[in-house]
Design a binder for this molecule. Structure first.
Ligand SMILES: Nc1nc2c(ncn2[C@@H]2O[C@H](COP(=O)(O)OP(=O)(O)O)[C@@H](O)[C@H]2O)c(=O)[nH]1
Ligand SMILES: [Mg+2]
Length: 415
């Protein structure tokens, strides 16, 4: 009996030893695999140029911000373009602004230290300035927008404007009854690039409060713009609510008729087909609710990287002034997104517009996440491609129309 028990004990001991060794082998295999994954993406993650982390401190003294900046003044910083990150924002949105900054700094700017420029229709307060300066890895600029660039112009018929506000409210149109939203859309369409604080920059990257960037940027988008001669960059393209722009397209057609030849517009080589394509193909079953030849596709302008010199050009200024005189920013609710999109699609060569395929981004309620599994791993993306709200695979995305009618689907390294 005793020897039987001893035998059993031996068997158990040998089995658990085997199990432990197998587990060990298995664990070793897993960590080996995980090490392989890390090292195979090393060159892409550019760990070699990543700067030292900023020291954290819970004390405040006047020199703290400067010290932190000097600490980050690393000689391995990559070459920078003449560009700024740009945020139009209100003082009370400071927490949302910080969230967006934190995300963009971590995913991109901490390696480049591009300047941040903040615009506001009223002066920024001390809390906003201190918090955003502390969050930025680069220099910060703060500017107040002149009244004539922001307010409703005197020539707008106030009675007609008030009627429109009321009507749009009754029809439950998003921001239908907001006066300030209209000022904002007109400003972002025709005045942001005229602000003195931007005079010395060539490119801007628009950032809004409460947005998130899901992946490490695999490149500097400003460098891509410069080297590949791009004038407008986007990540999300969707359909606009027609109720906000009932007469916009007819005004654009009128502009093309009157000014097209004089300005030398080349619609054949522009992205005109992208905004006028109504074909239903593939899984794209969305029936566009448009009463005009404009299919309502627009680049979602809360994310955009643009060439300021395009906006400063005679072409763009003429385009904006022509539309502004129609009063549609106030009598309707023309958004800066369709304005930028229509301008880019008729004034530029289609190859001057770029879709940044590799950038993961969210502005509620939509997000975009890189399709490639490889990209998601190499860029440490924190997003689910097939998950809810990935607008690129939803019926309301215009991306497939862009692939078809824009400059086609190309990865940056192929451009
Ligand atoms: N300074 C200032 N910024 C504004 C005003 N209205 C909107 N913005 C900014 O303009 C951008 C778009 O406004 P938002 O409320 O996000 O509109 P949505 O993205 O269309 O829902 C954001 O960066 C806002 O912070 C305003 O009255 N004053
Ligand atoms: Mg927003």
């Amino acid at each position: 009996m005793k020897s039987y028990f001893f035998h059993l004990l031996l068997i158990c001991a040998s089995l658990s030893y085997k199990w432990i060794t197998m587990r060990k082998d298995f664990d070793l295999m897993l960590s080996e695999k995980s090490r392989n994954v890390v090292s195979s993406y090393d060159s892409i993650r550019r760990r070699s140029v990543t700067q030292k982390l900023k020291l954290s401190t819970n004390t405040y003294d006047d020199g703290a911000l400067e010290d932190a900046k000097n600490f980050r003044n690393d000689p391995t910083t990559p070459v920078k373009q003449n560009a700024t990150l740009l945020m139009l924002v209100r003082n009370w949105e400071v927490q949302g602004a910080l969230q967006s900054m934190r995300s963009l700094e971590d995913r991109f700017n901490k390696e480049y230290n591009y300047d941040w420029t903040f615009l506001n229709d009223v002066p920024f307060d001390k809390v906003f300035i201190e918090a955003t300066t502390a969050m930025a890895s680069g220099k910060t600029n703060y500017a107040v927008i002149p009244k004539e660039d922001w307010d409703c112009p005197e020539w707008i018929d106030q009675k007609r404007f008030n009627q429109s506000l009321q009507l749009m409210q009754e029809e439950n149109i998003v921001y239908g009854n907001s006066r300030s939203y209209r000022n904002m859309c007109k400003f972002n369409s025709g005045y942001f690039f005229r602000q003195k604080v931007l005079d010395n920059y060539d490119y801007y990257f628009r950032v809004e409060p409460n947005v998130e960037y899901f992946c490490d940027f695999p490149y500097d988008p400003f460098k891509i713009m410069k080297e590949k001669n791009k004038k407008y960059g986007f990540v999300i393209a969707i359909y606009e609510y027609e109720d906000t722009i009932p007469t916009l397209w007819e005004s654009v057609e009128e502009f093309i008729d009157i000014k097209g030849d004089e300005l030398g517009l080349d619609l054949d080589n522009s992205a005109y087909d992208f905004i006028t394509d109504f074909e239903i193909y593939g899984s794209n079953k969305f029936l566009i609710d448009s009463n005009t030849n404009y299919n309502l596709c627009h680049f979602w302008s809360n994310f955009e990287v643009g060439d300021l010199n395009f906006y400063r050009s005679n072409r763009y200024i003429e385009f904006f002034e022509f539309l502004n005189e129609k009063g549609g920013f106030y009598y309707e609710r023309w958004g800066d997104a369709p304005i930028h999109t229509l301008a880019a699609s008729i004034l530029l060569h289609r190859d001057e517009i770029i879709h940044f395929d590799e950038i993961g981004y969210e502005h509620a309620p939509f997000r975009t996440c890189p399709r490639s599994y490889f990209m998601r791993l190499s860029q440490r993306c924190q997003c689910d491609y097939s998950g809810e709200n990935n607008v690129d695979i939803e019926f309301n995305s215009c991306l497939s129309r862009w692939w078809k009618n824009g400059s086609g689907k190309k990865f940056v390294k192929e451009l």
